[in-house]
Design a binder for this molecule. Structure first.
Ligand code: NI
Length: 218
């Protein structure tokens, strides 16, 4: 009988241990996730895991007031970046990296078209973009539009952005995802780099893309 009791105790202990392991594997969120954070996470995951169709045509107004459509850049690799000119850090750093990459590519860099689409069309007017983009690269095209137009493009590229009020005054910032998008020479989505990617890394990937395209021999 003593042996049977030992077996029962051992089984109860094993069950308890098993339950403990199960409990440890049950995912519980450490914080209450609000609707907005969930929307942001889902959009970011759409890009990270290629979970949704990304990209598509667009037509916006450039920093010289001309209407520009994605189709006019056929035959070039498009480096597409979304941000806003008031951005204090990430946007300017990535735009510098993109510009350095184009220069590092040498003559091949002429087959790369950098585009900067503002997510803040209310402040980033044609005039504001005209003051901003030449600081980075002479061929960088700044693009703006109505709030609706910009919203549609952002949605197609699964980009998250939201106004965040500054602590003081009427000023606001934008919380935004900051991927560096690559589109192939047909304007199709090729992939993204995370913000803060080194120019050397951008250069080697774009170099490879340029040399695997059907027009590489040209
Ligand atoms: Ni930014």
């Amino acid at each position: 009988m003593a042996g049977a009791r030992t077996v029962v105790i051992a089984c109860v202990a094993a069950l308890a241990a098993g339950a403990g392991v199960m409990a440890a594997f049950q995912y519980t969120s450490p914080v209450e996730i609000d609707h907005e954070s969930l929307r942001k996470a889902r959009l970011m995951e759409d890009v990270m895991f290629s979970r949704a169709a990304i990209g598509g045509p667009f037509s916006l107004t450039d920093h010289q007031g001309r209407r520009r459509g994605l189709e006019e850049f056929r035959g070039k690799v498009v480096v597409l970046y979304f941000g806003y000119t008031f951005c204090p850090d990430v946007c300017p750093a990535d735009l510098v990296a993109i510009s350095k990459m184009i220069e590092a590519l040498g003559p091949a860099g002429e087959r790369v078209q950098p585009l900067f689409v503002t997510l803040d069309p209310e402040r980033d007017t044609v005039e504001q973009l005209a003051l901003y983009v030449p600081h980075f690269h002479p061929r960088l095209i700044g693009l703006t539009g109505t709030v609706e137009e910009v919203g549609t493009v952002a949605e197609r590229y699964k980009l998250y952005f939201k106004k965040v009020q500054a602590r003081e005054g009427p000023h606001y910032y934008l919380d935004h995802s900051a991927y560096i998008y690559l589109l192939d020479e047909q304007g199709r989505y090729y992939g993204t780099f995370p913000p803060g990617t080194w120019p050397e890394r951008l250069t080697s990937v774009v170099w490879e893309l340029l040399h695997t395209l059907p027009t590489a021999a040209r």
